[in-house]
Design a protein around this ligand. Structure first.
Ligand code: HEC
Ligand code: HEC
Ligand code: HEC
Ligand code: HEC
Ligand code: HEC
Ligand code: HEC
Ligand code: HEC
Length: 354
């Protein structure tokens, strides 16, 4: 019984790497004409899921351990193979790791006894080790199965794979055999297959749907399919610090936001094909596009010719705007920190705004 499970999982892994190689060949073809195809696969979005053997975190940490309550956890890596093990001293469950979610921090989707589980333990960059998966802090496992992970339905597993991989969800089915790890071009650009087909026939007759013309409001909804929209947050009554990870929602409650002003769309500050910039100064001219002081005639002229309105300038500083107005906020659980996209004046002692 145990054997047949292991075989089934191993078989899946082989099929997956074959189709993933095909996808890599397709992306190499795009690179002949688009530099995006060289940079995007290396970004965290391009690697939002990693397969065995690709994962730097596991390679750099061949043995990870943590003790939680009555249970010991271990994640062990030898070459391409990693295993996730939980034991209470008497009973032990050990499974191979096939689906590594996340680039900086990592959670594993596990298969055991024909079911999917989200691992109870995750890897956190801030501690360089394992701790309870964010959101599961309140769970007090009653037995080793509960300590192993949170059992999830196929529906929930589909959602994880749908946002972190390409080609794994077709209609109502979860098809792990066709999965490409991470977000490939066609996850965002509809019509890329036809585009490539036409090009190999010697024509550029079809061009994927252009995304550069989305308004700021449409960008929030487009990126928000995964990063969560304002509407999802409001309808679900999400509140408190956990909402800081939902950038479209946070941005849209900021006074800066205007759904029709391109200077405040996601794409004004982020290029989805490039790594995220951690240079504070990089963002200054994004803010100054609207908040330039009266003597900054270049920014004012640029806005003026595009007939875009200007807003007030800062009385306190002229650079590193985001360091004061987009505070880094720690989520419950303590290991995940996000940048609050609710751009605002932050006064000491103020409650977290929703
Ligand atoms: C032989 C060169 C060539 C190859 C190979 C190629 N493209 Fe293109 N692509 C073009 C041209 C030409 C356009 C039209 C550019 C324009 O209108 O500015 C285009 C347009 C696009 C656009 C729309 C850009 C926009 O204006 O928003 C996307 C997205 C795109 N290609 C993605 C891809 C992907 C993904 C692949 C690989 C599967 C690929 N391309 C392969 C030549 C190529
Ligand atoms: C199909 C789902 C999906 C869509 C659509 C999407 N993202 Fe992401 N994005 C992700 C996932 C998943 C991650 C987390 C990757 C990781 O760290 O493993 C992520 C991470 C990021 C990061 C953080 C990168 C880092 O260095 O930590 C930025 C910035 C980002 N996305 C911006 C955008 C923008 C801008 C858009 C819209 C143009 C967008 N995303 C659309 C799924 C998506
Ligand atoms: C609606 C789309 C969506 C779904 C569903 C989803 N994720 Fe994510 N995930 C994201 C985005 C976007 C990010 C980046 C921002 C963040 O950390 O919230 C992310 C981040 C992560 C990270 C942290 C990555 C890092 O480097 O910080 C992990 C781990 C993760 N997801 C695992 C999962 C697992 C496991 C599931 C299923 C139980 C899942 N996700 C379901 C969109 C999604
Ligand atoms: C997370 C979503 C996402 C993914 C994944 C993605 N793109 Fe894009 N792409 C966008 C958005 C949004 C735009 C419009 C904004 C812009 O021009 O940068 C865009 C624009 C483009 C353009 C037009 C750029 C220009 O300057 O006109 C090209 C070409 C392109 N993408 C190619 C690719 C290729 C090739 C891949 C895969 C290697 C890819 N994209 C993956 C979201 C994505
Ligand atoms: C005015 C500029 C600005 C706009 C607009 C903006 N961001 Fe950001 N974003 C930032 C800054 C600054 C950071 C933090 C960079 C760093 O790590 O130093 C960031 C970080 C992120 C991250 C990494 C995780 C985090 O929260 O720290 C994601 C994901 C992200 N942004 C998504 C989005 C999405 C989606 C949109 C559109 C709804 C958006 N951003 C609009 C400035 C902006
Ligand atoms: C699209 C133009 C636009 C962009 C880009 C923009 N803002 Fe704003 N911002 C506004 C407008 C409009 C207001 C509200 C009207 C006013 O009071 O001037 C505002 C208000 C503010 C406020 C006062 C909010 C409060 O709580 O009273 C601060 C602080 C601020 N912006 C900082 C920034 C920073 C920092 C950036 C870059 C990360 C930025 N803004 C980007 C347009 C913008
Ligand atoms: C050292 C922290 C700090 C930095 C850096 C900073 N600000 Fe401020 N900013 C403040 C404080 C504090 C206030 C509130 C001042 C008051 O009300 O007394 C403020 C106020 C503002 C306001 C509201 C002005 C008004 O009259 O309502 C805007 C807009 C603003 N800042 C934009 C920016 C921009 C754009 C940058 C970057 C060029 C920036 N800030 C850099 C601390 C900072």
């Amino acid at each position: 019984m145990v054997h047949s499970k292991l075989l089934r999982v191993a078989f899946l892994a082989v099929v997956v790497s074959a189709s993933s190689a095909q996808k890599q060949a397709d992306m190499a073809a795009c690179a002949a004409c688009h530099t995006e195809a060289i940079t995007q696969p290396q970004t965290p979005m391009g690697r939002a899921l990693q397969l065995p053997g690709q994962d730097l975190i596991l390679r750099e940490h061949p043995i990870l351990r943590v003790h939680k309550g009555a249970y010991d956890y271990m994640v062990q890596t030898h070459g391409k193979d990693s295993t996730y093990t939980v034991t209470d001293g008497t009973r032990t469950i050990s499974v191979p790791l096939n689906w590594n979610f996340g680039v900086h921090n990592q959670t594993w989707i596990l298969q055991w006894n024909g079911n999917f589980y989200e691992s109870m333990i995750s890897y956190y960059a801030s501690i360089g080790g394992l701790d309870t998966t964010t959101g599961d802090e309140q769970i007090a496992p009653k037995d080793i199965e509960q300590a192993f992970g949170r059992r999830i339905s196929v529906h929930d597993a589909k959602a994880c794979f749908g946002c972190h991989t390409t080609n794994s969800v077709s209609g109502v089915d979860l098809d792990l055999a066709t999965l490409h790890p991470g977000l490939a071009c066609e996850h965002c650009h509809q019509g890329t297959e036809q585009h490539l087909q036409d090009i190999s026939d010697g024509l550029v007759t079809s061009i994927p749907q252009p995304l550069g013309k989305l308004t700021a409001g449409q960008q929030g909804n487009f990126c928000g399919q995964c990063h969560r929209t304002w509407e999802m947050a409001v309808r679900s009554h999400w509140h408190g610090e956990m909402t800081v990870r939902f950038q479209p929602y946070r941005l849209e409650i900021s006074k800066c936001f205007n759904a029709n002003d391109p200077r405040i769309g996601c794409l004004a500050c982020h290029d989805p094909h490039l790594p995220l910039s951690h240079d504070l100064a990089f963002y200054d001219h994004k803010c100054l596009a609207c908040h330039a002081p009266p003597n900054d005639t270049t920014a004012r002229h640029r806005a003026g010719t595009a007939s875009l309105p200007m807003a007030k300038a800062c009385p306190k500083a002229t650079s590193n705007c985001v360091s004061c107005h987009m505070p880094r906020t720690r989520m419950l659980g303590g290991h995940l920190v996000f940048t609050d996209h609710d751009i605002r004046i932050v006064r000491p002692g103020d409650a977290y705004p929703n």
